[in-house]
Design a protein around this ligand. Structure first.
Ligand code: ADP
Ligand code: MG
Length: 146
């Protein structure tokens, strides 16, 4: 298992890390993003969007499973599958076109659709550690086993 660990000490640093990943992304890349509320998932995702050259603001896709941003150098597919009740809902939106498409996929709450996830993907986890500092985050990027 290939894993890289980063440490950040501010929201800006986390966004900058996301921006680097966005800047290096290739079409078809799939990332999952995990972390408790307030961990920095949206902050990180905003950085990714910036790295792709997306200027419009990115938040969590509250009312839709996937939010599509087309203005960057490749499409950005931002999934939040928290509210998914049934795998069939993923089929209805044609998830395969996104997961195996030409954009960058970022999937929040991916554990809810584990069986649908492509084997080739990277799993990002953001952890807080209040003992180290309120603004401290440890960010793991793991290559999934396929
Ligand atoms: P989530 O989407 O995981 O709920 P958000 O990105 O919306 O989290 O919120 C993270 C909050 O934590 C923001 O208020 C941000 O300013 C703050 N924060 C403090 N330090 C960091 C850090 N190192 N990385 C990311 N966010 C941080
Ligand atoms: Mg969020």
């Amino acid at each position: 298992m290939k894993e890289t660990v980063f440490e950040t000490y501010s929201a800006e640093e986390t966004a900058a890390l996301g921006e680097k990943i966005g800047a290096c992304a290739a079409p078809g890349d799939v990332y999952t993003l995990t972390g408790e509320l307030g961990a920095g998932k949206t902050t990180f995702t905003q950085g990714i969007a910036r790295g792709l050259g997306i200027r419009e603001s990115v938040s969590s896709p509250t009312f839709t499973i996937v939010q599509v941003y087309e203005e960057g150098r490749m499409p950005f597919y931002h999934f939040d599958v928290y509210r998914i009740g049934d795998i069939e809902e993923m089929e209805e939106i044609g998830y395969e076109d996104y997961f195996y498409g030409n954009g960058l996929c970022m999937i929040e709450w991916a554990n809810r659709i584990e069986e649908l996830l492509p084997g080739k993907r990277k799993d990002i986890t953001i952890e807080k550690n209040p003992a180290i500092g309120f603004d401290y985050r440890k960010i793991f990027v793991r290559e999934a086993e396929s």
